[in-house]
Design a protein around this ligand. Structure first.
Ligand code: UD1
Length: 344
């Protein structure tokens, strides 16, 4: 039987590369489109090392409408697209709103137009729990109200979801699933792929691992006066391999026509809230390293506490997280050590 063919945009990025591995291991043919803005072509070699199969890597920008159309035309039958490619730095988006709106929205519009032109029926979209803001009720389920975005980045996810919802409603042949990620962390157990932020990390776990490695002097814990048991913020941290597997399940649901409507939304999280201080303790426990950290003031725009109600994804996708926080921290650390040696 012919392999089903999936386009993964942003496939050399953090979540995209892990998803590509899981798709290949599940028997899909994967074609990556990436402009390498925030990743390296070498990731395709690493995927080959892990899976024994090298995905085709097409290097171009999704904002180039003609190029995108002609490339997808040249690919023959495509069963679905998983769309990761986007800018994602919250702080940067506040200073560069137009870059964020142009890049994240134009690429999505171009992709949807190309799907219509080329007859590609299925889209899985990378969204975020940021759409919930600070939810009134926890854990937060998909029917919770979407709140005004706190950053242009967050707004591109909200608007992106709306563009897809409206397009799926208006276009008979297009079906879509938006996946709202909570906080993806960790790395592949091979330590060959993982998260590699440009410059100073904004996110907690890369900051922890870089501090432990000696690249940063100390981790700043942004606030211990929140209304939480230990005063630090609470998030739902899920292992990136678990997250990647959810994409395989979601794309299969569309390809096999098992979706219940043309546009569906699923939370992807563990269902468990973990504080910043608990996350640090987990890292220290599994690595035996004493992390140098200091409590400082709150970070502007931070949400106090959020964790997922993942029961819809559990039920409908037959998916749930299996890795623990400790396993996530351990793999994040293995990856940090691997990549630093490699870069020397
Ligand atoms: C942030 C974004 C979210 C986005 C995600 C993408 C906000 C409000 N949310 O999530 O929309 O989808 O990034 O990566 O900006 N922390 C520290 N010290 C640090 C770094 C983080 O204490 O050096 C704390 C934060 O205060 C937070 C937790 O660690 O409580 C997680 O932070 P982070 O990894 O940045 O993720 P989010 O803020 O949840």
């Amino acid at each position: 039987m012919m392999k089903k063919k999936i386009i993964v945009t942003g496939g050399t990025g953090y979540i995209g590369s892990h998803t590509t591995v899981e798709l290949i291991e599940d028997g899909f043919e994967v074609v990556i489109i990436d402009n390498l803005y925030n990743s390296e072509a070498e990731v395709a070699d690493r995927i080959f090392q892990i899976t024994g199969i090298r995905p085709l890597l097409a290097v171009f920008d999704l904002c180039d409408r003609e190029k995108l159309q002609s490339f997808l035309q040249s690919q023959g039958n495509i069963d679905g697209i998983i769309h990761f490619a986007a800018y994602k730095a919250v702080g940067e988006s506040v200073n560069k709103p137009l870059e964020y709106y142009r890049n994240n929205l134009l690429s999505l519009i171009n992709l949807l137009e190309a799907m219509k032109t080329c007859g590609i029926p299925n889209l899985v979209f990378s969204s975020s729990c940021t759409v919930y803001g600070q939810p009134a009720k926890l854990p937060v389920a998909e029917d919770a109200p979407v709140q005004p975005a706190m950053s242009p980045y967050g707004n591109t996810k909200q608007i992106g979801e709306e563009i897809i919802r409206d397009t799926a409603a208006a276009t008979e042949k297009i079906k879509a699933i938006a996946l709202r990620y909570f906080n993806p962390i960790g790395a592949h157990p091979s330590a060959l792929i993982g998260e590699l932020p440009r410059g100073v990390p904004e996110n907690l776990v890369p900051y922890i691992t870089q501090t432990a490695y000696g690249l940063r002097k100390e981790l700043k814990v942004f606030g211990n006066d929140y209304n939480t048991p230990d005063g630090s913020c609470i998030r739902d941290y899920l292992h990136v391999v678990d997250l990647a597997k959810a994409h395989v399940t979601a794309v299969k649901r569309l390809v096999e026509n098992k979706n219940k409507s043309d546009y569906e939304v699923f939370n992807l999280g563990t269902g468990m809230g973990v504080s910043v201080l608990e996350a640090i303790k987990s890292f220290e426990r599994v690595t035996g390293i004493n992390l140098n950290y200091q409590i400082t003031g709150r970070r502007a725009g931070d949400i106090e506490k959020i964790w997922a109600d993942p029961s819809l994804a559990n039920r409908e996708l037959g998916w749930r997280t299996v890795s623990t926080l400790d396993e996530s921290m351990k793999t994040a650390w293995e990856w940090e050590k691997y990549i630093r040696k490699d870069k020397k």
